[in-house]
Design a protein around this ligand. Sequence first.
Ligand code: G4P
Length: 532
Amino acid sequence: MSLKQEIQRRKTFGIISHPDAGKTTLTEKLLLFGGAIQTAGAVKSNKIKKTTVSDFMEIEKQRGISVATSVMAFEYKDLKINILDTPGHQDFAEDTYRTLTAVDSAIVVIDVAKGVETQTEKLVNVCRMRNTPIIVFINKLDREGKDPIDLLDEVEQKLGLRVRPLSYPVGMGSTFKGVYSMYEKKLVLFRPHGKQAEEDTIEIKDLADPMLEKHIGERAAKTLREEIEMVESVYPEFDVEAYRRGELSPVFFGSAVNNFGVRELLDCFVDIAPTPLPRTTEEREVLPEEDKFSGFVFKIHANIDPRHRARIAFVRICSGTFERNKNYLHVRQGQQMRFSNPTSFMADKKEVIDEAYPGDVVGLHDTGNFKIGDTLTEGEELHFKGIPSFSPEQFRYVENADPMKSKQLAKGLDQLMDEGVAQLFTKETSGRKIIGTVGALQFDVIQYRLQHEYGASCTYEPVNLSKACWVTCADPAAFKEFLSRRSRDMARDKDGNLVFLAESAWALKMAQENHPKVQFHFTSEMNGKRDG
Ligand code: G4P
């Protein structure tokens, strides 16, 4: 098969949701359709059910599971579909943000009763930053929930998405009868527990067809006709190009646990979801069909066996063909590297692969050479964009608790930061080190992993901070003044970039007002331009 054909048959996406909306269940049903797993229950939920911070076994288990389920590939209708797993726990949200840089589209799962929840909002925001095409799946229709139209309004308002329902539910909860698919012009009757039969799908091209009454009864038929008429008049016509530009999101209704509405979702997904998209680098746009291989690291996972320091770097292939045992340039280090055991991950197994194509993800064994955002190419110096660090929200001073182990501590911190577990800032004035994270759980993870993987121990001290943002300024004089006035609030990140540490939202606002020429950035990505 030619490279072009390989690209054309790939779709790489992520499923995002607030914990408990049904992401794991939906993933599993999709894998069952693709034959990648045979039995339900094979995909372990990767969420930490107990959120007690001291439950380290749970954290370790989580890490083990999430390596295994990092990428779940399956074949469906001659396509190769890669699902990139995103951690459910909100303290690992940054992992999810970064995984979203490696997908070409996303499916958002929303619980019909709970509606749009906070985590969904944050994750959809990240997708919107990159215009990632989104399909919405409203789940748990077998339970009572919000009125569909109200829910569609909520999705539009809270998520800032323009939506277009492509299916519509008939009843809900105890009166749930099924869905009408506007996409395929058919009525699908609900049978619990995935016991759908062929006769449960009835083609109804025209809703005036009396077949509708026969299957769902007079009242439900009347309501459905009215509701669909309204939907057709209120919502724009479905436009696949608008979807692919990230401007319009089709919506499906169903019940993942009952395997209902999932095939319709999948069939539409394979029709409309984009094949591997071009990626931007600081230098130029990289097209998937280019001959030469390029890819970037979007996730690093420490080996769960602490006796082996090796880690796995996950590389999204952006162009060309990746080959086993071929020399590639590690752009940041200016070093040639070859990989004898590149791995692909399936639902519950991994295997060494010889080749991989754009849209695929390969796991590379790493002894500490990679950090998130690193690029591999056949020689060209490219730097992929869109893999930022996000401004952390929780901070603590980190202190060495064992003077004999300061080297181990430094190394451990360095590597954990490369993995993207947290961010390390060094105060300009005092040289004290501050760890910044998105969630509180990370502090315990860091302490635990330093101890178990590096033999180092640290303690934390509280620090009164609420936000860290990267600062740049086009006017050197104004920047100098800002830096001298705010020297006590300044720090450097791991790459030496200047960071302003704000004690409160108010302090940040004041700094912004008093120094209008200084730009405050909430992600580390500043169009490749870094002052300081
Ligand atoms: P997550 O990955 O998004 O966190 O959610 P997950 O799939 O683990 O689903 C969360 C809970 O919601 C699970 O119940 C799951 O069975 C249930 N669920 C998923 N889809 C549906 C649906 O369509 N209808 C209903 N009624 N429930 C659904 P649990 O009790 O937490 O776990 P389990 O013991 O059932 O596995």
